[in-house]
Ligand binder design. Structure first.
Ligand code: HEC
Length: 170
């Protein structure tokens, strides 16, 4: 085989590889583009993400309500694990209420007021983080269903209820 044929083949192989990677990059971009016909829109992703995150928060939190009422036994390792998860998850919600993610999303129960009262909603998100972080510390200090523990559960529960009453469709 002549040297020319080898180098021509190499050029063709490189061009083919470049064309393939361009296709892969275009496909990856299309997945994230808000108006892409294939893949979900950004608004739909935001709704899915916040619902999934809130579902997890609810599932981790339920235990504390039961412990505070005396319906479940306090377990130190279990309580610490759940409190840390809630604090982490509370941070994830923020990025999933982007502008426009309340429009045309039949699966969402988020009220449009979130976007027209943005400052108030953001303040509630911030308070929720602060209370969730404080709850991790209170729980670690109390190590049981004490009055301080119950007060911290109630404070966090009040954040859920306050925000739902104002910004979540029943
Ligand atoms: C700052 C406001 C805010 C706070 C604080 C908040 N939520 Fe929510 N929550 C919402 C909104 C808004 C929705 C509706 C989201 C949607 O459907 O797009 C929601 C939805 C939910 C859902 C339903 C998820 C689904 O799949 O439909 C659960 C469960 C939930 N929240 C639990 C909680 C719990 C438990 C807490 C407190 C520990 C809490 N939330 C705190 C605003 C809040």
């Amino acid at each position: 085989m002549s040297q020319d044929v080898v180098s021509a083949r190499r050029v063709i192989a490189i061009a083919a590889a470049m064309a393939l990677s361009a296709v892969i990059i275009a496909a990856a971009r299309a997945q994230n583009a808000p108006t892409a016909a294939a893949g979900p829109t950004l608004a739909k992703l935001a709704v899915e993400n916040r619902k999934a995150t809130y579902t997890l928060i609810g599932n981790y939190f339920r235990y504390f309500g039961a412990v505070a009422k005396g319906a479940a036994a306090y377990d130190e390792a279990e309580a610490a694990r759940r409190a840390t998860r809630i604090a982490f998850l509370s941070e994830l919600v923020d990025e999933n209420f982007p502008d426009g993610s309340n429009v045309g999303e039949p699966d969402s129960k988020a009220k449009a007021d979130i976007w027209s009262n943005r400052a108030d909603f953001d303040k509630r998100l911030k308070e929720f983080h602060a209370h969730a972080a404080a709850f991790v510390e209170t729980n670690a200090r109390e190590k049981g269903a004490t009055e301080a523990f119950k007060a911290a559960v109630a404070a966090l529960g009040q954040d859920c209820k306050g925000c739902h009453d104002t910004y979540k469709i029943k």
